[in-house]
Ligand binder design. Structure first.
Ligand code: G3H
Length: 536
């Protein structure tokens, strides 16, 4: 283990990554106005403690702890801006909505440095990964614009069938509540927020529980790029701000990325289940199935990034490894030493692999899961496994794992790597079938026939089978979804446009007088919906 200094002296922090803390974010955006919050605040703590001569602190700012009334005001603003589909935004021609989004992108780009620095300070993501999250988000927005143009071009034609002329397009659904996760507080929040907006919905969004301050540099961009009430942002505790919004029955789409428990609670709060559409990205327990002929060095490399990039805090992370007994010993020895050689350090350190954890209680929760497993016979294989240093937890390679242990079933969402030895392929298959989750799986091996049989068994259990590579969401044009408790609805650049809209059509009987009316509407371009021109 190469552990670097995790609590730097202020003077030792490279100036490019210094932010003038504290950031007391006392402004909030509702109904097109940046208002000043007068109530209580939530302190924001970094996973990184900064030392000065006399003390050490990780307090980096604060954000509003809103109350029910303010949350309902945000909702009312979104409801009014939508105005039953009659508002400026839902009726706006698509090209104009695209212009608003392009304006937002250019304003957002100006804030890159600060947003990237805040990603590092707030959630401990490495510099490289933080930059990637920002750039990936910009690319996602640009790709969304292109996908919408495609969608609109396809829908610009008319269909004539059984004497009926029809034009079929997609229309918005109403008011969307967007809530993203702390591990991708920018990217994953925006993968629902942006398609929801561009399809003409209005939005209330609540930042994730961590990674809140990094959205403050974007408040002005939201305010100036979109008409009033189209984007409204709420902060605070779920029971104070989200419960009143959901129980109002005025939310049409819940876009939530987070835990199953919270998703269940939120859905139950809505009084009209059939009115609510849910788009959910939830928990996962993706297995790697490592066959006897797997190429060991390559598999280790993929399993290291698969299990430990961003300290294992990815929904797509490999969360359990099944290793064939024939290569078990050699694999485990090499894998364990590769883990122990990883660099634990600060997000901006050169070649850093592991960083402090942003959730305050996480080391303790991981410790509990470990204790349960060890009591039932699991073994910590690496000498540095489980060493806790304030907010950091060195990864544990845990062998002898079996189905009696919590770690076998529960999503750890952190740096513990459970290992199971198998000789019968039915064991990992049974694991996948019995799991509550069904997002992805990885197969490592070389025998095409054996792999093909596994593919056929797994594709009916999960939604992406990766061959000789770790699990991942990207590229973002691919469908991202899951079965069972892992997801509801499918996200990808183009699927998201469909998820946040509904097909609506105009149909007329093919009579001469009707044809004249339709032609006149096309020629005069008097309808924003019924038109045949192309967006380039
Ligand atoms: O946390 C879940 C993310 O969607 C994973 O995305 O595979 O690109 O890290 P990623």
């Amino acid at each position: 283990m190469k552990t670097r200094e995790l609590s730097p002296m202020k003077g030792d922090i490279p100036k490019d990554y210094l932010v003038s803390f504290p950031i007391n974010q006392n402004k909030y955006l509702i109904n097109g106005e940046l208002c000043k919050w007068q109530g209580d605040f939530q302190n924001v703590y970094s996973p990184i403690y900064v030392r000065t001569e006399n003390n050490s602190s990780n307090l980096i700012g604060s954000y509003p702890l809103m109350d029910k009334e303010t949350a309902l005001y945000a909702l009312e603003s979104a409801v009014n801006a939508y105005n039953n589909g009659q508002g400026e935004w839902p009726r706006m021609p698509i090209e104009q909505r695209i212009d608003c989004l392009k304006n937002f992108v250019s304003l957002m780009k100006e804030q890159k440095n600060l947003v990237v620095n805040l990603l590092m300070w707030e959630i401990g993501k490495t510099l490289k990964e933080s930059e990637k999250e920002f750039d990936r988000t910009i690319e996602y927005i640009n790709d969304t614009i292109e996908a919408l143009k495609d969608l609109d071009r396809d829908a610009s034609r008319i269909t004539i069938k059984q004497g009926i002329i029809a034009q079929i397009k997609r229309a918005p659904l109403g008011v969307v509540l967007c809530m993203g996760p702390f591990n991708y507080p920018l990217n994953e929040t925006f993968t629902t927020l942006i398609p929801a907006l561009i399809m003409g919905n209005t939005v209330v969004f609540k930042p994730a529980k961590l990674g809140v301050l990094l959205l403050s540099p974007l408040l002005n961009a939201f305010k100036s790029a979109f008409p009033k009430g189209v984007v409204n942002i709420v902060y605070g505790r779920g029971r104070n701000v989200i419960e009143p919004i959901m129980t109002s029955g005025k939310i049409n789409v819940l876009a939530f990325i987070g835990s199953c428990n919270v998703a269940n609670t939120l859905k139950k709060q809505h009084p009209y289940p059939h009115l609510l559409k849910s788009v959910l990205g939830l928990e996962a327990k993706n297995p790697a199935i490592i066959l006897s002929d797997a190429e060991i060095e390559h598999t280790i490399k993929e399993c290291i990034t698969g299990t430990l990039s961003f300290n294992g805090q990815r929904c797509t992370a490999l969360k359990i490894l099944f290793i064939h007994e024939k290569i078990y010993d050699i694999f485990l020895e090499k894998f364990t030493s590769a883990v122990d050689n990883l660099n634990l350090g600060l997000p901006w350190d050169k070649n850093v692999d592991l960083t402090p954890l942003p959730e305050k209680d996480k080391p303790m929760l991981l410790q509990e899961i470990l204790e349960d497993a060890i009591k039932k016979g699991a073994i910590i294989c690496n000498k540095n496994g489980g060493i806790v240093n304030e907010t950091s937890f060195f990864p544990v390679v845990l062998s002898n794992v079996n189905e009696t242990m919590r770690i076998y079933h529960e999503e750890q969402f952190g740096p513990i790597i459970p290992i199971v030895k198998f000789n019968d392929i039915q064991e990992p298959l049974k694991y996948v079938i019995n799991s509550n989750f069904g997002q992805q799986a990885s197969i490592f091996g070389n025998d095409a026939i054996q792999i093909s049989k596994l593919i056929d068994a797994l594709v009916n259990q999960v939604c992406r089978v990766n061959i000789n590579s770790q699990c991942q969401r990207g590229p973002d044009i691919f469908p991202f979804t899951g079965r069972k408790d892992s997801a509801e609805g499918t996200l990808s650049v183009s699927d998201a446009l469909r998820v946040f809209s509904i097909r609506t059509m105009v149909a007329v009987k093919e009579t001469e007088s009707n044809k004249k009316i339709i032609k006149r509407i096309f020629d005069s371009k008097s309808s924003n919906f019924l038109r045949t021109d192309y967006i380039f």
